[in-house]
Every structure is written in structure tokens, then in C-alpha cells.
Design a protein around this ligand. Sequence first.
Ligand SMILES: [Zn+2]
Length: 417
Amino acid sequence: MLAFLVLVTVALASAHHSGEHFEGEKVFRVHVEDENHIRLLQELASTHEIDFWKPDSASQIKPQSTVDFRVKAEDISAVEDLLEQNELQYEVLISNLRSMLEAQFDSHVRATGHSYVKYNNWETIEAWTQQIASENPDLISRSAIGTTFEGRTMHLLKVGKPGPNKPAIFMDCGFHAREWISPAFCQWFVREAVRTYGHEIHMTEFLDKLDFYVLPVFNIDGYVYTWTKNRMWRKTRSTYAGTKCIGTDPNRNFDAGWCVRGASRNPCDETYCGPAAESEKETKALANFIRNNLSSIKAYLTIHSYSQMMLYPYSYDYKVTENNVELNALAKATVKELATLHGTKYTYGPGATTIYPAAGGSDDWAYDQGIKYSFTFELRDKGRYGFTLPESQIRPTCEEMMLAIKHLANYVLEHMY
Ligand SMILES: [Zn+2]
């Protein structure tokens, strides 16, 4: 009997990641001091298949920073030799990515269907959007804002008590396919909204006075691909004539300083900005929805991972926003509130100086449309697990983020414009 159970468990675990296995792959963290170090890493990236986790590409490495990247098993000794010969300080964040990926599914919740404390595949999330809307018709309505490159429907949930001319907060999750904690948060938020409405005074007030638009997964094709073929996929799945490489970085595809810096014109790169701004069907759908609802949308929130940050515009330029002082104070108060639950520290600031310049991001674009409260969140963690954050951290990550979102919602209500 025990043997049988073990076999079943093994079968279930391996069913989670067909395709690439990542056996023996490592994730390194290198401490970069000067331009010389940056050049070495860029050289390394041009001669080996390096997957950058933080920053997003070799071109975004800054002096006095740390760089996290994944290395294929066969390249590990070459990478280690180069780092040691040049006396770069480094540590191994993940010594075998395959075991780390298996350890993600540690929630021990026995659920075949949807669960808020597990990572759900797209099929399950899609069914959930339908179910939660039909179970809460007084609070949630579901609509479609477009379809993805591969033809999947982009479902949007509108969460709030119906009423005329309500202001709204827009929130999306799942821009980058491998950042699984992000869609988990959007689902958690919707559940908390319907669970606490009428019982908790703040949420009740928010949903009475505001609508939340929640897009649970923006890059659905990419997300599906991380479940079926390659857990480490980041981009969309679009194809273009003239290249065999697939996908565009959706957070480089918005019409905000499009492709001027921190983005690549090479379709094979992870930060490819696409052949044109809004070339991706997903980008176009989201941008159209926001353009059509600009009179009501007062805040734009986009949820990524990892590194525990709260960022605001600009990222496409080093210039500061007109309400920079206000955004800084608001971010400071929000991350302080977030930390009250588990002591988790988020850093904050304008994107370009706080992480690195990157053009074509949705937060900058939304801000330039006139949405003056526009933020990018980078959820847990700071690199211990990175994109392989275990399911046991979904609850605390989402609980503390709820405090942040509620703080923001309260602020927006008190500073209506
Ligand atoms: Zn991201």
C-alpha cells in the first residue's frame, strides 16, 4: 500500500512538469562591482546560454549590484571557472533547479480542482473566473477584453457593488509567464473581496465606492507554456516572419518610450520589445480597455515577481513624475503597512533608478495616459527561490499584499481626482 502511494505521488509530481527537466541546472548570484565585471558577464552571456532572472538581461546590469542567472548543467564548470579566475564574488542560489521545481508543490493540499493555496493551471483559472462570477452575481461580473495570439479568451473580472459612475482600480497579473505567484495573488484578491464584503468595514466601503478590474492572467499563452513545455518561459508566444524565435516581452511592448532603453530589438532576446508598440494582441487588448475606461480608472497596478519592490514611473527615462513626492510618500506608507504582518521588507522608488531603466512598461504607459497612481509590484521573494517560490508561501505573500492593496485603495478614495 505504501509503495502504491509513493508511486502515485511520484506520478503526480512528474506530471506537473513535462518537457524540460532542468536537472543539474543552477542559479547563480554574482556580486558585480565595476564595469569590468559587467563586461565579463556580458561576454559570458554572448558565449553561453544564460537565463537572466534579475535583472532581465545582460544589458541591464549595473555596477554595485547583484545579478541572478540560470545556467545549463553542461555550462556550469565553465561559468564557475570564469567567475573564479576573475575573482568575482558569487553564491549558488539554487544548486539543482529540478529539485527546487519539485519542491514548489509543497502545499500538501489535496485538491484536484481550484485552490487558493496552490498554483492553478490556466484551464482551472478560467473555470474559476466563471464560477466565482456566477456565485457572486451581486459583486462580480466577467467580460472578455480580447483574445491571445493562440486564441485564448482574456477574461476580466469587475469586482464591486454595481452603481453609477464609480471610480475604478485596475489590476493585472501574469505579464511574465514564469512569475506564478502573480496570478495566485489576483485570485486571492478576488476571493478576499467577496469573502469579506459585508463583514469587514474597509473592504465593504471599497466595494461600495470603487470597482476593481482584475485581469487574473495577462499572458495566458505564456502561462500555459510554463505548465506544459518550459517552466522558465517569460514572453508571449507570438511568432513573426523573418525569425525562428518566439515571443515578445509584454512589459516592453507598451507605447511608453517604446524600445528606447532596457529592451531589445532582437526577437531571440528575453526583453524583445516586439516589432512595434502594441504589436501583441494581449498588449493591444489591455491598452484598448484602459483607453476606453480612462474616465473611471484612477489607479493601475501590475503584479510581477520577484525581488519585493514597489515601483512607480518612470522606467523608460530617468525623469521624475509630476507627483513624484506624492508617489514616494504613498509607496513608503504602503510598504510599511505590508511589513506589519510578517515583517517582509519591500523597497520602493521610481523604476529607472530603483531597479534599472526599461522602456515600454505598462505602468509608465498607464501613467502617461493620465492615471496618476500607477505601480508595479515585484512580489516575494528576494532570490532564495526566485521564480520557484513554493506554494507554502502563497498565503503569507498574498496576505501581506492585501494590506498593501487596501492601503492604496483607501488612499485613492481619499484623494479622488
Ligand atoms: Zn515580471
